[in-house]
Design a protein around this ligand. Structure first.
Ligand SMILES: NCc1[nH]cc(CCC(=O)O)c1CC(=O)O
Length: 324
């Protein structure tokens, strides 16, 4: 961006094309319009198709690689085809490419997972042997740990696809993020929100981040007016924790930071994919030290994990952490 946005020179907002991604891009645009008294015509939404959008028939963890939902969008930013990019922080790799930065987060939505089912009201009500659909490594491992008697079924696709699979009997229940369902206005499918004590959410769940080019002072100034500081403190602590654990999509990892005044409370859980092992821990400290608390918690969980854990999930416990 080399000029303040106007209908003649609109700010180009890059996003994926899913209904949730578009809702998040619109929320970002609406907040920018309100904060800077700009008309809608001063913004342009650019839909970018990512690898994760193209491959629909396989669990994402099998496609491998990082940034399945973000690489093409970051390339567009670097190529100056867009000015800012709106992301679900849950899907973001722990490090951004050289030249890009995320320092603007919108106020965080509900961080909890939702229990979604036509027939049952909660996990506790599921009879032994019931099929539960999820392709999330974290949710699968957490459920297998707590309810090894249930049967896990692969489940991908948007909310409508998943509801159809439930109707077809592929599974009797599934999980979705409350945040996505809230933003889509689809809370009617939710039978109950699962408290973090029962199922710790993914790092950055419910948080939207806005990425820009480093040195783009016009974009930086526009975004500073809509940035939510409490969300930044929480997400940056959680992501420092995830970074040390090498958050590839191959590792079941959960993490959640909460704020109480100037204090931050971070909880974490790492699991074996089959749910046979779960290691949990927590840190409390000054919110301003959030990234250090995250790193410290990750070190503790790694130090408590048996060697078999590292072999199974393929992380190197001795690898030094990249700079926070
Ligand atoms: N991995 C897909 C994804 N990325 C972000 C959300 C939901 C919104 C959010 O957590 O911010 C979802 C879907 C889901 O987990 O139900």
């Amino acid at each position: 961006m080399d000029a303040h946005p106007s209908p003649e020179r609109p700010l180009r907002i890059g996003t994926r094309g899913s209904p949730l991604a578009l809702a998040q891009a619109h929320e970002t645009r609406d907040r920018l319009m309100a904060a800077h008294a700009l008309p809608e015509a001063a913004f342009e939404i650019h839909v970018i198709k990512t690898t994760g959008d193209r491959v629909l028939d396989r669990p994402l963890r099998e496609i491998g690689g990082k940034g399945l939902f973000t690489r093409e969008i970051e390339d567009a930013l670097l190529d100056r085809a867009i000015d800012i990019a709106v992301h679900s922080m849950k899907d973001m790799p722990v490090l951004q490419p050289d030249g890009l930065v995320i320092d603007c987060y919108l106020p965080r939505e509900d961080v909890r997972d939702a229990f979604v089912s036509r027939r049952f009201g909660s996990i506790a009500e599921l009879p032994a042997g019931t099929a539960v659909g999820s392709s999330s490594l974290r949710r699968r491992a957490q459920l297998a740990h707590r309810r090894p008697d249930l049967q896990l079924v692969e489940f991908r696709g948007n909310v409508q696809t998943r509801m159809r699979k439930l109707d077809e009997g592929v599974a009797a229940a599934t999980f979705l993020a409350m945040a996505g369902l809230t933003r889509l206005g689809m809370l009617e499918v939710v039978r109950g929100a699962i408290e973090p004590e029962e199922m710790l959410p993914a790092v950055a769940q419910g948080a939207i981040g806005v990425e820009r080019r480093k040195g783009d002072e016009i974009a930086a100034g526009l975004l500073a007016a809509i940035a939510d500081q409490p969300t930044a403190l929480r997400v940056e602590s959680e992501r420092a924790y995830l970074r040390r654990l090498d958050g590839s999509c191959q590792t079941p990892i959960a993490g959640l930071a909460l704020l109480d005044g100037d204090q931050l409370w971070l909880r974490g859980e790492i699991l074996l994919p089959d749910g046979s092992l779960s290691i949990t821990g927590e840190r409390r400290g000054l919110a301003a030290d959030g990234p250090a608390l995250g790193l410290d918690l990750a070190e503790e969980l790694l130090s408590r994990a048996p060697q078999s854990f590292f072999e199974l999930i393929g992380i190197d416990p001795d690898r030094t952490s990249p700079p926070v």
